[in-house]
Design a protein around this ligand. Structure first.
Ligand SMILES: NC(=O)c1ccc[n+]([C@@H]2O[C@H](COP(=O)([O-])OP(=O)(O)OC[C@H]3O[C@@H](n4cnc5c(N)ncnc54)[C@H](OP(=O)(O)O)[C@@H]3O)[C@@H](O)[C@H]2O)c1
Length: 253
């Protein structure tokens, strides 16, 4: 019996980077995976890779900033599977880096509506369904930027601090309802999001590496293992917490 056999798992942002690695890992462990994101071609690539390996996955085109898309996503999940066991709220954007006073309202709206409002809205639908079915597990992607600040990152950092607050308070709301809610806090992980940032500001790589004790960037697979563990029964006494995975980033002043 595989660890997630017969489990229905939603992964927002499951067509790229950390979400993709997590989708592949869940499918290898027997889960039926729902991938929600905007780029359909990348979503289909992941579902096809899962199916080639004998797994089961479906892509549902979703923009997490769009309320109607989210309503449609959860309606489809229930129509197809009738339940939702685990949700990984991972879709996110970095947004342009700049000092706070130079940031625009458009940047604020894009980052906050994706990283914070999107997570909050998905959690509402997930929790309503989990209450109906008697339980479930949620993992949110925050960041080391969810408990520390860095230059040029005020909006992103505010969004991820917000995700930490949602995680802890929702865990308190539903701890006695058999719904566990935790977060993962990645340090710098080599994904398309980080690569885009490094391409725009190449010196960022050195700056990041200077903060990571292990002296390298992480891989998406180094995050997915923690997400699966948090969703598994092995983490049955974990709720309202976060796991930081950043090669030693943030442990020294
Ligand atoms: N890489 C890092 O160093 C790092 C560190 C800490 C935290 N994180 C967090 O990790 C998460 C995943 O990022 P990643 O590094 O794996 O980057 P990535 O490869 O760029 O993945 C971001 C994912 O989010 C999806 N997404 C973005 N906007 C969306 C929207 N409006 N609606 C639905 N999906 C949306 C993207 O798919 P579409 O564009 O197709 O919609 C993509 O699948 C993010 O929350 C990010 O903040 C990353």
């Amino acid at each position: 019996m595989k660890r997630f056999e017969s489990k229905i798992v939603l992964i927002t942002g499951g067509n790229s980077g950390i979400g993709k690695a997590t989708a592949l890992a869940f499918a290898r462990e027997g889960a039926r995976v729902i991938i929600a994101a905007r780029r359909e071609n990348l979503g289909q690539e992941v579902t096809q890779a899962i199916e080639r390996d004998g797994g089961e996955a479906v892509f549902i085109k979703t923009d997490v900033t769009n309320t109607q898309d989210i309503e449609n996503l959860f309606q489809k999940i229930i129509d197809i599977y009738g339940k939702l066991d685990c949700a990984f709220n991972n879709a996110g954007v970095g947004g342009p880096m700049n000092r706070l006073a130079k940031q625009t309202m458009d940047n604020w709206d894009q980052v906050i509506n994706t990283n914070l409002r999107g997570v909050w809205l998905c959690m509402q639908y997930e929790i309503r369904q989990m209450l109906k079915q008697g339980g479930g597990v949620i993992v949110n992607t925050a960041s080391t930027a969810g408990f520390s600040g860095s230059p040029g990152m005020a909006i992103y950092s505010a969004s991820k601090h917000g995700v930490m607050g949602l995680t802890k308070s929702a865990a308190a709301d539903y701890a006695t309802k058999n719904i566990r809610i935790n977060a993962v806090c990645p340090g710098p992980i080599l994904t398309p999001m980080l690569e885009e940032g490094l391409n725009t500001i190449p010196v960022m790589k050195e700056l990041y590496l200077a903060t990571v004790l292990m002296g390298r960037l992480g891989t998406p697979e180094e995050i997915s293992g923690a997400v699966l563990w948090l969703c598994s029964d092995e983490a049955s006494f974990m709720t309202g917490y976060h796991i930081t995975i950043g090669g030693g980033q943030t442990v020294t002043p």
